[in-house]
Design a binder for this molecule. Structure first.
Ligand code: F6P
Length: 372
């Protein structure tokens, strides 16, 4: 009898999602009697009144590994346990549609589900597993903040894009003796900022894990301008916090949004520096979703393909309730419960990358190195 797998991509998109989808389909097609279906827009395709899923074949996934985004679409709102339903009066009601999802999967003859997504999606994977649904998770996030896996695909692409942008800003900062603040993604984890600052040779790197003191950054800037060719490049993660511990952004307005929309900390820092008397020209560049769009670099295509092949193999072996991981040098898996225990954050006191950054003179807005 044909065994049907439902594949969904959830949360923010990420370069490499299509490579995972393609790998699952290609690997499944080597076996007898397996079919892979794509569920539209995370699980909305099976939760909405009009079911929207489609058969994925070798033909319709051909060549998609080089494309950014996800051909089956995604959303970072709602989900089976918090499904937003518009009421006649225009208001929204949140419904738990998980039982409906289970019933539909059974009625449609689905054997299992592969859920590709970050921590929010894998929380859903775990809850679905508890309902008795056969689920395998595949980790995804450009932030690289899942501790169970050494890397998530998409992260290296984001670092590559951000580094390319920083390289461009460095030359113009130098020409005009300006201060550039480049805001990158990174909600809780500063990995993109930290890697980009090292790769691009920034002078200052501000990450969520190290609360920054604007006075110390102003000191670092002043010391830069004491040199003949003064200029300064600052990379700041969107989730950066000053000493008051507050992030910068706007409260969610759309129904089902669970996070504050981060953004604007670069502008905030600019104002703080100006208030401290920095008179040099300060310009802010926010990279935003440029970091998430477009073609995945080769590294991410390869990692995503490894994850896709492994996800199918776990399904075939009946190893449900697990998430695929990369623990160098192996592609293996861990129970979903473990995935959510701790986030992968930069540990300032012990991180080799932080030590390396400080070793080449990058200041973090804390007491170390701000007057050098
Ligand atoms: O989690 C990945 C991420 O890119 C974060 O860095 C960012 O805060 C968030 O998604 C933004 O998501 P969206 O713009 O899709 O709401």
């Amino acid at each position: 009898m044909t065994k049907k797998i439902l594949v969904a991509t959830g949360g923010g998109d990420c370069p490499g999602l299509n490579a995972v989808i393609r790998a699952i389909v290609k690997r499944a097609s080597q076996e007898q009697d397996w079919e892979v279906y794509g569920c539209k827009e995370s699980f909305n395709g099976i939760l909405k009144d009009d079911v929207d899923i489609r058969l994925l074949t070798d033909e319709n996934v051909a060549g998609i590994h080089v494309k950014g985004g996800t051909i089956i679409k995604t959303t970072n709102r709602g989900g089976p346990f918090h499904f937003p339903v518009k009421q006649d009066d225009g208001s929204w009601k949140i419904e738990d549609r998980s039982a409906l999802m289970k019933k539909r999967l059974e009625n449609m003859g689905f054997h299992s589900v592969i859920n590709i997504g970050g921590d929010g999606s894998q929380r859903i994977s775990l809850e679905l597993t508890k309902l008795g649904i056969n689920v395998v998770g595949v980790p995804k996030t450009i932030d690289n903040d899942l501790s169970a896996t050494d890397y998530t695909f998409g992260f290296q692409t984001a670092v590559e894009i951000a580094t390319e942008c920083l390289d461009k800003l460095v030359t113009t900062a130098s020409s005009h003796s300006r201060i550039f603040i480049m805001e990158v993604m990174g909600r809780d984890a500063g990995w993109i900022a930290l890697n980009t600052a090292i790769a691009g040779g920034a002078e200052v790197c501000i990450i969520p894990e190290i609360p920054y003191d604007p006075r110390l950054i102003a000191q670092k800037i002043a010391s830069r301008y004491q040199k003949e060719y003064g200029f300064c490049n600052i990379v700041i993660a969107e989730g950066a916090k000053a000493l008051d511990g507050k992030v910068t952004g706007t409260d969610p307005t759309a129904i089902g949004d669970c996070h504050i929309k981060l953004g604007g900390v670069g502008d905030k820092l600019k104002l703080e520096l100006q208030a401290l008397g920095i008179e040099h020209d300060i310009r802010v560049t926010v990279l935003g979703h440029l970091q998430r769009g477009g073609t995945p670099i080769a590294y991410d295509r390869i990692l995503a393909t490894e994850f896709g092949v492994k996800a199918f193999e776990l399904v075939k072996e009946g190893k449900f309730g697990n998430m695929v991981v990369y623990n160098h040098p192996d592609i293996s898996y861990v129970p979903l419960e473990k995935v959510l225990e701790v986030a992968n954050l930069v540990k300032p006191a012990t991180s080799d990358l932080v030590r390396t950054a400080r070793g080449v003179g990058i200041a973090f807005g804390d007491e170390v190195l701000c007057n050098k």
